[in-house]
Design a protein. Structure first.
Lengths: 413, 413
């Protein structure tokens, strides 16, 4: 492992199952797989909720994803901390009965099966509401619980293709471009977290549960800003101008000796500072080719050449430091190795070092909101498949050791 | 305007200021500008909160952004519905006094000034807490309220450069790639909404307010999945393989007669269906070049040529329909015009037609969570600068017409 002093000097995060947060006492049953559902449930767990993750006896499929730490997929570790893991076979009658009893215990159920699956499993919302009228069911799906595409299968890449964002991201060659960060799944998870919290607040005031329908595709579309409405209103289409800002110049990724920097000196104030304090060329501020935003956009090729002539003489770090001093937004275009060692991120616990429940070393990503009054909790390391089955069945459903052993022998757990 | 029947047949959404949602009665003071803060406050408004947007007398800078509808920026319309708009000059003593009184009224303040600005304005959290111990202050900033980069300026593009995501998105040429959807700002807004709701829930139970610190950079980093931890653990680096999936094949953007489709037939089940039901080539299922995921990844170039030979003979719509029938994830790579007319999105109100407060036609983007018990509200069209100044100062602060006229004459409003 190649980690610098920023990383090495930070303390390891230890798991404290007694830590309390905003959602302490809230009970979440997580029936979901992959990213959108598990991350939503993990967020609720980070906020303090008691989250029970239910998997089939072999564990969810994503546990086989690479890369892995001693056979344990990093992928599932990323989305399943602060949960207790239970296995049960929901195709067996005994498994279904256990599931119904856990649903009766829960305040919130998070699921991302294909629409209609909960009904087929005998725990559709109408059934659950009779058991527990205060229950909040959070259903996350590709296209949503309604509409003509309801029954289609969606992956993040498909949402990117359908939403128009691959077109928005296309470069001058017109080739559509996929983003490698699973934006639809992640936005879906974040929207689902927010919606669950709104429903919990509503329930706190009214006593009423409800069902929430979140589509991963919708969550991505809601994050695309003006692009789709601007097309409907003005027939506006994407600029396809690569890394260049659509409205201001200079604002682009510029080459430096050792890679690229992104700098945004496109506003009047930034441009003026750049010319005077960095280039020592006050004449450029009043040069009619560059003296206004429309002028700079009209002469952008010439302008960018002028900037490039300067950046090419510097390293990325030099440019970043010079721009920081002058107060113009800039960053090296960091490769993931550099980003993973960024001192700002480490100082805010956005990356942290810890261990899993076997004691294996692990790096995880922090929660992006910092609360003064109800801090984020780190209570349970990402669990092994079924790590807490006995504990949960005893504590929550009141089963004894003999009953659990029998269920295990008959393949229900 | 070029809109098809899907769009034309949908009813216009009308604004109903009496609609009630999960957050009805919650009072939000929105001091923010651009995207991250305004969208957070708009989300709270969509959920039913009473949101007062405060701007300087000329309106926030983003109101000058293009494109515009009769001089009104679409950009600010996207992020400011369900708010009442008030102007006040926070540099004047009278303006500051009005601001302090509005802060006393609020349950939640959303701001995205540079760190330390609220203190300079005389409404830092310590001061506000004395006026109102139940207050929740949501501070959104580029790098956060702490850490070595606290005082730097951040734009979305800079967050993309620093987080490593431009490297993750780089294609085979290694050139870093900017995403044109402002992912950091939008994720920051969504995280801030969620955090505000968690704090409201905590307050409902404990009576205590608090301050929340959200960095736009952190919000993007939290959405990057395994990339940064995998680098720290395994020195893993991005594949730089264009639109190709990193783990499964075939999963890529493939050319069709009229553009591209994205299809993901990379799992064992999808691959088998693709060979048997679409290509009519059952032999390929057992062909040792393609019979397992590692085999398909090793022979991906050959595999993709085989898929391309088939896709090139079809239109995008044909491929999408064939794959839908067979149950394999697929979508045309939609340009924004096609995406903006997608029937699934329209059926779920993710795009809707309405009018602004002048009666000008407008298209907006819907809220991605659908609540059965506490529906999203559409109460106020995106407001003109200061549209509700008189109403708010009378209703909330009890000022009379003469006092308001005097404040206006002296340039405070």
């Amino acid at each position: 492992m190649n980690i610098d002093s920023t990383v090495a000097l930070r303390p390891h995060v230890t798991w404290d199952r007694d830590a309390r947060g905003a959602l302490s006492g809230v009970r979440v049953l997580d029936l979901s797989r992959f990213i959108a559902g598990p991350l939503c449930a993990q967020n609720l767990g980070d906020l303090g909720a008691d989250v029970i993750k239910v998997e089939s006896p072999g564990g969810e499929d994503a546990r086989a994803n690479s890369p892995a730490i001693n056979g344990k997929a990093l992928y599932t570790m990323m989305y399943n901390r602060n949960k207790r893991a239970v296995t049960l076979n929901s195709r067996s009658p005994e498994g279904r009965e256990l599931l119904r009893r856990l649903a009766g215990w829960a305040d919130v159920i998070v699921e991302n099966f294909r629409p209609g699956t909960l009904d087929k499993m005998g725990i559709g919302y109408e059934t659950l509401r009779e058991i527990n009228p205060r229950l909040i069911v959070v259903s996350i799906s590709g296209y949503g619980q309604g509409g003509p595409y309801r029954d289609r299968v969606l992956f993040d890449c498909i949402a990117q293709a359908m939403s128009g964002v691959m077109d928005m991201n296309a470069g001058p060659d017109g080739m559509p471009r996929l983003m490698k960060m699973f934006p639809a799944d992640t936005l879906g998870a974040t929207q689902a977290t927010s919606a669950t919290l709104a429903a919990l607040f509503h329930r706190e005031r009214t006593g009423e549960g409800q069902v929430i329908d979140i589509a991963v595709l919708d969550s991505l579309v809601a994050a695309l800003g003006t692009a789709l409405p601007a097309n409907l209103l003005f027939d506006a289409t994407p600029e396809h101008n690569g890394n260049r800002d659509d409205f201001n110049a200079p604002a682009n990724a510029f080459p430096v000796r050792d890679g690229f920097v992104y700098l945004h000196a496109g506003t009047a104030a930034f441009w003026s500072r750049f010319c005077i304090e960095i280039l020592d060329r006050p004449d450029l501020v009043t040069d009619e080719r560059f003296s206004s935003t429309p002028a700079r956009m009209s002469n952008v090729t010439e302008l960018e050449k002028l900037v490039t002539d300067w950046t090419m003489d510097h390293t990325g770090l030099e440019v970043e430091q010079i721009f920081e001093r002058v107060g113009i937004p800039c960053s090296r275009v960091a490769d993931v190795a550099t980003a993973a060692r960024n001192e700002q991120l480490w100082s805010r616990d956005m990356l942290f070092r810890t261990h899993d429940s076997d004691g294996d070393e692990l790096f995880l990503v922090g929660y992006p909101a910092k609360f003064s009054g109800s801090p984020i909790t780190m209570r349970f390391a990402p669990p092994r498949v079924g790590e807490h089955t006995e504990e949960v069945l005893e504590e929550i459903l009141g089963l004894d050791g003999a009953e659990i052993a029998q269920l295990r022998d008959s393949g229900v757990l």
